[in-house]
Write a protein that binds this ligand. Structure first.
Ligand code: OAD
Length: 235
C-alpha cells in the first residue's frame, strides 16, 4: 500500500496496461498492437506522407475498439483518488483513449494525444473533437485551409505534448507511480529516473517494466487487482 500524507504530491503515469482489462489492446507483448502493425507504416510522419489512408484505417479501427470500451476499476480508483487529493494529484497518461475521463478524472494530461480528436496537418487550428471512422477508400478529410485532417496523435519522431507542465509536476511530486507501462518508450520511461531520490517510486503491472531497477518497489498484479486498494490517504 502507498501511504499519502498531507504534504504529498502524487504523480501517476499510466500506460496501455491500465486499459487492457477494458478490452483495449496494449502495444507490446502477446496480442499487442505492434505485433500486427508496423509502427513506421501507421504511426509516423513518414507514414502520413506516404499513405494517409492506411494511417486513417489504423486509427479508425482503434476508434471503433475504444468507442465500446468502458472504464475499469483501476480507472475508477484513480478518479476517486483525484476526488480526495484534488490538485495534489497529477494524472499523466500515455493512453489515447478517454477511459480516465469516462471514469470521472477531470484533469488528465494526454502526452501522446487523444484518439477522439483530430487536427489539421497544415494550419494552427486547435485540435477538435472527432469520432469519425475514415476508412479506405474514403477521401482524406480536408481542413478549410486545404490541409489534411490527421489524428491528434504524437507519432514516432514527434514531440509529446505538455512536457513543460509534466516536468514541473515531476519536479514537485513526492510520490510517483507508473501503472501498466512497459518502461521502454521515451521520454515517459525516464520520468522515474528524473524523480528518483526525491520521491517514493512504484510501478504496477503483471510484469516488471524494462526500467524496473529505477523504482523503489515493483508491485506485481494487474491494474484492476492492485489499484482499488493501493492508496491510503491521510488528509
Ligand atoms: P506497452 O504495450 O509497451 O506495455 C504495456 C504494459 O502493460 C506492459 O508492461 C504489460 O506488462 C502491462 N500490462 C498488461 N496488462 C496489464 C494489466 N491488466 N494491468 C496492468 N498492466 C498490464 O504499452 P505502453 O507502455 O503504454 O506510444 O506503451 C507506451 C507507448 O508505446 C504508447 O503510448 C504508444 C506505444 O508505441 C505512441 O503511440 C506514441
Amino acid at each position: 500500500m502507498i501511504h499519502i500524507g498531507p504534504q504529498d504530491f502524487v504523480f501517476i503515469l499510466t500506460g496501455s496496461g491500465v486499459s487492457a482489462e477494458s478490452g483495449i489492446p496494449t502495444f507490446r507483448g502477446a496480442g499487442g498492437l505492434w505485433r500486427n502493425y508496423r509502427i513506421e507504416e501507421v504511426a509516423s510522419p513518414h507514414a502520413w506522407a506516404r499513405d494517409p489512408r492506411l494511417v486513417w484505417d489504423f486509427y479508425s479501427m482503434r476508434r471503433s475498439v475504444a468507442a465500446s470500451a468502458k472504464p475499469n476499476r483501476a480507472h475508477l480508483a484513480l478518479a476517486d483518488l483525484e476526488g480526495r487529493l484534488a490538485d495534489r494529484l497529477f494524472l499523466c497518461t500515455q493512453n489515447v483513449d478517454n477511459l480516465h475521463e469516462q471514469a470521472g478524472s477531470r484533469h488528465v494530461v494526454h502526452m501522446h494525444g487523444e484518439l477522439f480528436k483530430s487536427r489539421c496537418d497544415s494550419c494552427q487550428r486547435p485540435p477538435f473533437a472527432d469520432d469519425s471512422g475514415y476508412e479506405a477508400p474514403v477521401q482524406i478529410p480536408r481542413c478549410e485551409c486545404g490541409g489534411r485532417i490527421r489524428p491528434h496523435m504524437c507519432w514516432f519522431g514527434e514531440v509529446p505534448y505538455d512536457l513543460d507542465r509534466i516536468f514541473a509536476e515531476l519536479n514537485r511530486c513526492t510520490v510517483f507511480a507508473a501503472v501498466g507501462t512497459s518502461g521502454v518508450v521515451e521520454p515517459a520511461a525516464s520520468f522515474v529516473a528524473h524523480v528518483r531520490g526525491r520521491a517514493r517510486t512504484y510501478s504496477v503491472g503483471p510484469e516488471k517494466p524494462a526500467n524496473a531497477l529505477s523504482f523503489d518497489e515493483c508491485i506485481q498484479g494487474t491494474a484492476v487487482e492492485v489499484l482499488p486498494n493501493l492508496f491510503s490517504v491521510a488528509i
